[in-house]
Design a protein around this ligand. Structure first.
Ligand SMILES: Cc1cc2nc3c(=O)[nH]c(=O)nc-3n(C[C@H](O)[C@H](O)[C@H](O)COP(=O)(O)O)c2cc1C
Length: 516
């Protein structure tokens, strides 16, 4: 028998394998009609389809074609993060006459900085022009030392190595790191400022019944002085109002400890909060947290209907209470996993949602009391300039931050097979990440971003981007005579931010980021 088998030539074995595959395709498997009808060759279709995204990304798509982030955008982040040449030669390859294209109106003569100006000393110095918690006189107000920061992404959706890189990176860049709703992990504790974020699962501050535990939050803030503010998640752009289940199989001992849940048991994040059921109760909840911790408290949401926001604004006017900051997430926002029906259609894109919300708060005279944070593909200096012109005070970035530490936009965050090790719990894949190197990359991306935004600001004749007004940015509606400034497009004027000088921001008592 053995000598018969060894006498079969190599091509004979290939033939036998193909015959076996054909038998399986025709007689055994029932799931795939194409394989049944076209045995053997039918497999080629499935294989080509599976490598289609990579083929399109590497060879077919043009520079400006892909979504969520096209090649030019990704390359700009990669080059900025590595401090490489991030310029483009020969002029823009973008169709600047295209509909919705943004133009920033430059001044005849740029803003001139003096010899001792903070930006003459550090070109990347760009803190937030407003102080979180100042209006409500919180015991520990906080001025973010960077206008660009890391948006909510949990340990669990990102790997331990990625979270560690981000935290070490924000420390270098003087920015803050939002924990995401998975709790505060040891990987968030490498010295960067942290905004502790929680959602309906109350991970990290969860009572035994699955509700919110104030005792746990007070303790968490006490033993982790780098926590500078609290963010309550109402919704996020990629899946507003959608609850979720964390399967027991994914809950390791480490995850269970950090999130405050049981090992191996499914955990539900319901669509609604248990700690409050309506807007007045939410305001009371915010005040109780601020009172108990002394920290500024904000809310994060994607925008759709405005009735409950109006109720919130009315309560804020009547009582002088309410959130210290509001993070507006755009419908274009990212996530670890969401059904396409939600990600594609539920909630407004950032510009529409933010302009609706800002106008509403401004009409009630509230815009100066609130620090407005924007997220939703805003991690590019010109887009940020537009966001500041519309009333944003800070920018949060999630996927752009991921890319700066090596994410290649493989779009497989939901499979645990992220090839770059950023969005996976697979030890082998994440071991490719060197947190020391990657933290430098995040910090360098943030610094380059701030430097370019400062330069755009100076080109427009201002000292700080908070001085951008709606009329400084135009949006193309096909002809210059028809192109409209933001104030005529979105029908409001931004409330001027009471900015005095960059030096005053530098000297501020509440400036975060441990900048010396
Ligand atoms: C992997 C991943 C995990 C996220 N986790 C959270 C989360 O825990 N809570 C939350 O409010 N938003 C979460 N987000 C949304 C981001 O914080 C951010 O609002 C959104 O992606 C828009 O920012 P971007 O366009 O810069 O990515 C997550 C996004 C990503 C990509």
């Amino acid at each position: 028998m053995l000598s018969f088998l060894s006498s079969i030539a190599w091509w004979g074995w290939i033939l036998i394998a193909l015959v076996l595959v054909a038998i399986r395709d025709i007689f055994i498997q029932k799931a795939h009609t194409i394989s049944h009808n076209f045995p053997i060759v039918g497999h080629l279709r499935y294989w080509l389809e599976s490598i289609g995204p990579e083929m399109r990304q590497y060879f077919v798509a043009n520079n400006r074609e892909e979504l969520p982030f096209n090649r030019i955008e990704r390359s700009w982040i990669y080059a900025s993060a590595k401090k490489e040449n991030n310029y483009e030669g020969f002029g823009t390859d973008r169709d600047i006459y295209a509909h919705q294209h943004i133009f920033i109106n430059n001044a005849m003569m740029p803003y001139k900085i003096s010899e001792n100006h903070p930006n003459a000393i550090d070109k990347t110095f760009l803190p937030c022009a407003k102080v979180m918690g100042a209006f409500h006189k919180r015991r520990k107000p906080y001025r973010p030392a960077s206008i660009i920061n890391v948006s909510a992404m949990s340990f669990g959706s990102l790997s331990a190595k990625a979270i560690e890189s981000l935290n070490k990176g924000v420390k270098i860049a003087g920015a803050y790191h939002n924990t995401g709703e998975g709790g505060l992990s040891p990987y968030h504790s490498h010295g960067g400022d942290v905004i502790f974020h929680f959602g309906t699962g109350y991970f990290g501050v969860r009572a035994i019944d699955g509700g919110f535990s104030m005792e746990k939050l007070i303790k968490l803030v006490e033993i982790n002085p780098f926590v500078k503010a609290i963010e309550i998640k109402l919704s996020q752009g990629a899946k507003p109002g959608k609850g979720g289940v964390l399967p027991g199989a994914k809950i390791t001992a480490e995850l269970a400890f950090i999130r405050g849940v049981e090992i191996g048991k499914d955990v539900l994040s319901p669509p609604n909060h248990k700690a409050f059921t309506n807007v007045p109760e939410m305001v009371d909840f915010i005040e109780k947290i601020a009172e108990s911790t002394g920290l500024p408290v904000g809310i994060k949401a994607a925008i759709g209907k405005l009735e409950q926001w109006e109720e919130l604004a009315n309560i804020m006017v009547e009582t002088g209470k309410g959130p210290d900051f509001i993070t507006v997430d755009g419908g274009e926002g990212g996530t670890g996993a969401a059904p396409p029906s939600f990600a594609d259609h539920v909630s407004l894109p950032w510009v529409y949602g933010f302009s609706d919300l800002y106008k509403l708060f401004q009409d009630k005279g509230l815009s100066e009391r609130i620090v407005f944070i924007g997220s939703g593909k805003l991690g590019f200096p010109a887009k940020a300039a537009m966001a500041f012109a519309m009333g944003a005070d800070c920018i949060n970035v999630a996927r752009e931050a991921m890319m700066s530490i090596g994410c290649i936009q493989a779009q497989v965050c939901h499979t645990n097979r992220c090839p770059s090790g950023v969005a996976t719990q697979n030890k082998w894949l994440q071991n490719g990440i060197d947190p020391t190197l990657k933290s430098e990359r995040l910090a360098q991306y943030f610094k380059t971003f701030r430097k370019e935004l400062v330069e755009i600001t100076h080109a427009a004749g201002y000292e700080h981007p908070c001085q951008f007004q709606m009329r400084d940015v135009e949006i193309n509606v096909d002809d210059h005579n028809l192109s409209k400034e933001l104030n005529r497009t979105y029908m409001y004027e931004k409330t001027p931010v009471p900015f005095t000088s960059m030096q005053n921001l530098k000297d501020c008592l509440y400036l975060g980021g441990k900048i010396s």
